[in-house]
Design a protein around this ligand. Structure first.
Ligand SMILES: [Zn+2]
Ligand SMILES: [Zn+2]
Ligand SMILES: [Zn+2]
Ligand SMILES: [Zn+2]
Length: 203
C-alpha cells in the first residue's frame, strides 16, 4: 500500500533518504497515512530517548563496551571519549552532560532550527493555499509533503510526492538537476576525444 498518491516511496525529512513506504510506520493522522520519519530514524530517536530518560533517573544503560576510567560513552555518536570532551553539568550524576561537546552542539543547533522552523497545521494550509494547492515544481499534482532544506531545517514549500522524492534522488543538488534539464533539452554532455585514450570533458 502506498501513500495518498499511491507513491511507493517517501522521503524521510530526518535522514533525507528516499525509502519504500514499508520503511515507514503507519500514522493515520498524517495526510499520507505514514509516519513523519522513517523506521530507522524513529528507532534511533527511541534509543537515544531511552538512554537519556534512564540517565535522568540516575540509571546507567548497559554499555556494549567497557568504558575506561576518566572516559564516558556518548549516546549521540556512540564514541567513548575522555571527560575533557564533555561539558560539565552539575545537575548530572557524573558531573558531565549526557552528550559529548560535539553532539551537544549539534543537537542544540538542530533543536533550535526545528523550533524556529516549526510550522503549525494552519501555516501549512496557508502555504498550500498560496501555492493554489499545487506542487510548485510540476504545477500539476497536489501539494502534500512539506519539504525542508536539510542543512538549515527551513521549510521550502509543500511538494507533491513525486517531486519531493525526485529532489532526493537528485541528491538535492541544483547542479545535477540543471544538467538533467539540459540533457533532456538535447544539450548532450559528451567527453571530446582529443587523442587515442585521451578525453577532454566539457566544463
Ligand atoms: Zn530517516
Ligand atoms: Zn557524541
Ligand atoms: Zn510535483
Ligand atoms: Zn547519474
Amino acid at each position: 500500500m502506498g501513500g495518498l498518491s499511491g507513491s511507493p516511496y517517501k522521503r524521510c525529512p530526518d535522514c533525507g533518504e528516499v525509502k519504500p513506504v514499508t520503511e515507514f510506520r503507519r500514522n493515520a493522522a498524517n495526510p499520507d497515512g505514514l509516519s513523519f520519519y522513517c523506521r530507522a530514524c524513529y528507532s534511533r530517536r527511541d534509543r537515544a530517548g531511552y538512554r537519556a530518560r534512564q540517565a535522568k533517573k540516575g540509571k546507567t544503560v548497559r554499555e556494549r563496551v567497557p568504558v575506561p576510567d576518566g572516559h564516558k560513552r556518548c549516546p549521540g555518536c556512540g564514541e567513548t571519549k575522555p571527560f575533557s570532551e564533555w561539558y560539565r553539568n552539575r545537575r548530572s550524576r557524573d558531573g558531565y552532560n549526557t552528550y559529548c561537546k560535539k553532539c551537544h552542539g549539534a543537537r542544540d543547533a538542530r533543536d533550535y532550527l526545528r523550533r524556529a522552523h516549526k510550522l503549525t497545521l494552519d501555516d501549512i494550509q496557508q502555504l498550500v493555499a498560496q501555492q493554489r494547492g499545487l506542487c510548485p515544481i510540476c504545477l500539476s499534482a497536489p501539494a502534500v509533503q512539506v519539504d525542508h532544506d536539510h542543512a538549515t531545517g527551513a521549510v521550502r514549500a509543500v511538494l507533491c510526492f513525486t517531486c519531493n522524492v525526485g529532489l532526493g534522488l537528485f541528491k538535492d543538488r541544483p547542479d545535477v538537476l540543471r544538467r538533467a534539464a539540459n540533457y533532456l533539452e538535447g544539450d548532450v554532455w559528451r567527453p571530446v576525444r582529443i587523442a587515442p585514450g585521451v578525453y577532454r570533458v566539457p566544463s
